[in-house]
Ligand binder design. Structure first.
Ligand SMILES: *Cc1c(COP(=O)(O)O)cnc(C)c1O
Length: 452
């Protein structure tokens, strides 16, 4: 009988090539260093996007602030700025140091994207940016807007009448649909959100209540997305937001880097060769963490180190980067289920464009089991009275993996991150979502965590 192969290699051959594969296929937690990681400064010219593109995106967000403040009164206090705070979590740091029996030098912080206004997740960056850009182009093309105008006029009847002629379409397992749906519906677009069967019920309800059309797909979700993409290509009145590769989503995420630079300065936190910034990002298809990493590298260069986290059952970007096969590989190829409580990360196949772009920028990857996510959910709630959705908790083991595992220690050695630098380090966990989760679901999560 012929031996079964995966993309032309037997499992044994895969393991020989990449020893981590063995534990990945057993759905165990793994820490991996990216051998293609490069010093950023050597490489600046070869990227298709630049710091200028990020500044351009930031300027677009600024132009829209008066409109955002008008449409979403909860943002008025910040003049329509869609941004989250950085929160230091010393109690959680000591709980985790005890739990993992590793003393973490430096300081532990959360980037509180779960509190982002409008959508309550990191998707409020990319998703909203893309919809705003569509609206801006339409309004400019139709003579409703001059670049120097106060954009709050887009909340008026004329703009609404224009947007109502257009449709926005997105396929999403959850948070992206929420972000695109809320923003599009608010502006007056007709919005169709295609959702997979396992999308959370409250997300569908929320979208419907705001006037979005939710189309559910039990088994044929990826086909529905492909068909939606094809249909939109033919129809000038429909705009398809492509999670797999959208330059605009990516740029919307990348703007976070400019904002963080300012926040760190305001908090008098230094970031340079002697004061490393280590960032831990939960990863689904890759656009969110990829965009943020791309931005951070432009701003901080080699002083920032970015690690991506995935569930043990959905290590899509992990397999894509490690095998170098990117979007050609899926977690199912290696026998994994892609079933996880971290619904924001339940992605079987990574974005190839993102993977190739951030290949030299990602320091490493690690995976986290679902029961571990719940344990972290409970610890964070108890220690800091903070709720994050399971996906967002994937970031949390990162600093301890760096300090406490042999792979992590190897990384520290390779990059000269000695004791002195580590004492000065800022560890930033990206809290990618959670504040829009209804209270009963939050409580059910906590109860579930008690049983793990
Ligand atoms: C979408 C999402 C991510 C990851 O973003 P990708 O672009 O899919 O990689 C992480 N956490 C949460 C809560 C998300 O909704």
């Amino acid at each position: 009988m012929e031996k079964q192969t995966i993309h032309g290699l037997t499992p044994e051959e895969w393991m020989k090539r990449h020893p981590a594969i063995e534990r990945i296929t057993r759905a165990e937690e793994v820490v991996w260093l990216n051998p293609k990681y490069q010093s950023f400064n050597d490489d600046r010219a070869s990227f298709p996007l630049s710091l200028e593109d990020i500044k351009d995106a930031a300027a677009r967000f600024r132009r829209f602030q008066p409109l955002i403040a008008t449409l979403f009164p909860e943002t008025a206090e910040d003049d329509g700025l869609i941004e989250s705070s950085m929160i230091q979590i010393p109690e959680m740091q000591s709980v985790l140091s005890n739990h993992y029996r590793v003393d973490l030098p430096g300081k532990l912080w959360v980037k509180a994207d779960h509190e982002l206004p409008i959508a309550g997740s990191i998707k409020a960056r990319g998703g909203i940016y893309e919809v705003l850009k569509v609206a801006e182009h339409l309004a400019l093309d139709h003579g409703l807007l001059e670049p120097s105008d106060d954009y709050s006029l887009l909340a008026g009847a004329k703009a609404r009448a224009l947007f109502q002629q257009y449709g926005v379409m997105v396929g999403s397992t959850g948070n992206l649909g929420l972000s695109i749906g809320i923003m599009s519906a608010k502006l007056g677009f007709n919005v169709d959100v295609h959702m997979s069967g396992d999308a959370k019920e409250w997300k569908k309800e929320k979208l419907r209540s705001l006037g979005a059309k939710v189309i559910e797909h039990k088994d044929d979700f990826s086909r529905a997305v492909t068909e939606g993409r094809e249909a939109a290509r033919e129809d000038p009145y429909v705009y398809f937001v492509d999670d797999e590769w959208s330059r605009d989503l990516f740029m919307g995420y990348a703007v976070a880097a400019l904002r963080i630079k300012k926040q760190l300065e305001n908090a008098c936190i230094q970031v340079d060769e002697h004061h490393p910034l280590v960032v831990y990002l939960p990863c689904g298809i890759g656009g969110g963490p990829g965009g943020v990493t791309f931005g951070l590298k432009q701003v901080f260069g080699d002083a920032v180190h970015c690690f991506f986290a995935e569930p043990t059952e959905s290590p899509a970007m992990f397999l894509g980067l490690m095998t170098g096969m990117h979007e050609k590989v899926s977690v199912g190829d290696f026998g994994l289920s892609n079933r996880t409580a971290a619904d924001g990360l339940a992605v079987g196949r990574p974005s190839g464009v993102v993977g190739k772009m951030v290949e030299p920028m990602v320091s490493g990857m690690y995976t986290v089991r679902d029961d571990h996510l719940y344990q972290l959910l409970r610890q964070l709630k108890d220690a800091e009275d903070m709720y994050l959705e399971p996906s967002a908790l994937a970031a949390f083991p990162g600093p301890y993996n760096l300090i406490g595992t042999s792979a992590g220690k190897e990384y520290l050695k390779q990059h000269g991150l000695n004791e002195e630098k580590l004492i000065n380090a800022t560890h930033l966990l990206w809290g990618t979502g959670g504040s829009m989760v209804p209270d009963d679901v939050k409580q059910a999560d906590y109860q579930a965590a008690l049983k793990k």
